[in-house]
Write a protein that binds this ligand. Structure first.
Ligand code: UT7
Length: 334
């Protein structure tokens, strides 16, 4: 059977740091509140004019170099972002131009925080169907431009950060227990679509963007944080249990859980519910980057590998919950 295997990873974090202390100047918040409620100390933001594909590019180039693969050998780009450079076309096409691979198909997905898990499922399906053998899965998020840097927007301004990561995924001959992407579980529930959203431009209105909409401050990220939190702490453990059952493994066999870095308190609640040791098994790097939406899992995985926390043969569980609501989990054997 064909396995979908990570052959190279890359990440990119924009240089500019925004600390909690800097936010204190812009809004009614405090380093203490943000640290206690989220675990975040700082996040990064793009330079003015640096769009989503520009953030993706260095991560993609690094992943290709680490995979020792020429860009021309990539057969498909899967690009995950909540906010692309344009409303249309997707940023996959823009990255295709920046990488200089005209003709290579590029598809965008917009599963927000769960984008990496949904992207992995697509890469696995393409590889197992035999359609493609070398896929570049890119996650890139430029969220700072959609955050209200004022007391009104303090819930999201404190939480979200910019960043990108990429993985080259290749087909290898293997069997159920060999290295690569294992079982995947995916879910969406659109009843909560408005609980975490960017609602304009909107095809529900004509024109789909107007001065009035901006005056009404409808161009910012809106979030019902409490509801997202409430669902996250039940859906994370449920989907992790679901994917372990699909794979036929128990939590004792899992070396590392990499949750989407949504909020440290969410990861801690999941660890507690699942009786998993937070510091040795459940990975966190949210203090440095904030919540980087779909880029957070591959950034965390990249850093966990660099820190020597992942060794050949280890079973990893990656899990995400976020806007949509969409959530999912995947098993990866290193
Ligand atoms: O990636 C997936 C997407 N997002 C998430 O996973 C986020 C999930 N939700 C959360 O992480 C949390 O709900 C937040 C961190 C956003 C908020 O924390 P919370 O403990 O749930 O606070 P809350 O929403 O219950 O708000 C408590 C108070 C409110 O003030 P009032 O109404 O009690 O006067 C908020 O306005 O805290 C206020 N607040 C803040 N205060 C200082 C909200 N954000 C801030 C802030 N600084 N940055």
């Amino acid at each position: 059977m064909k396995k979908a295997v990570f052959s190279g990873m890359g990440m990119y974090i924009p240089e500019t740091i925004v600390t909690n202390k800097q936010l204190e100047v812009l809004m009614d918040t405090s380093d203490e509140w943000i640290t206690e409620r989220t675990g975040i100390k700082e996040r990064h933001k793009v330079k003015p004019g640096e769009g989503t594909a520009a953030v993706a590019l260095p991560a993609a180039v690094m992943a290709l170099a680490n995979a020792k693969m020429a860009k021309e050998d990539i057969q498909l780009i899967i690009f995950s972002t909540i906010a692309g450079d344009f409303l249309a076309p997707g940023s996959g096409a823009i990255l295709n131009e920046m990488l200089g691979v005209p003709g290579t198909p590029a598809v965008d997905i917009r599963q927000a925080c769960s984008g990496f898990i949904f992207g992995m499922s697509m890469a696995k399906a393409y590889i197992q169907s035999g359609l493609y053998e070398r896929i570049l899965l890119v996650t890139a998020e430029v969220q700072s431009v959609a955050l209200q840097m004022s007391t009104e927007g303090r819930d999201t301004a404190a939480l979200f950060g910019d960043g990108a990561a990429a993985v080259v995924i290749i087909a290898e001959d293997g069997h159920k227990d060999s290295a690569g992407i294992g079982s995947i579980a995916l879910h969406s529930d659109g009843r909560y679509a408005e609980d975490l959203s960017i609602q304009i431009p909107t095809t529900r209105e004509t024109p789909f963007l107007s001065e009035q909409m901006i005056k009404d401050r409808r161009h910012w990220v809106v979030m019902n944080g409490r509801n997202v939190f409430k669902h996250a702490i039940t859906k994370f453990p449920a989907v992790i249990n679901e994917v372990m059952a699909l794979e036929g493994i128990t939590k004792d066999q899992v070396k590392l859980v990499i949750p989407h870095q949504a909020n440290l308190r969410i990861s801690e609640a999941v660890a507690k519910k699942m009786d998993l040791p937070m510091h040795s098994v459940v990975y966190s790097n949210i203090h440095k980057y904030g919540n980087t939406t779909s880029a957070s899992i591959p950034i965390a995985l990249f850093e966990a590998v660099q820190e020597g926390k992942v060794k050949k043969g280890d079973l990893i569980v990656m899990a995400a919950f976020g806007a949509g609501f969409s959530w999912g989990a995947a098993i990866y054997k290193w």
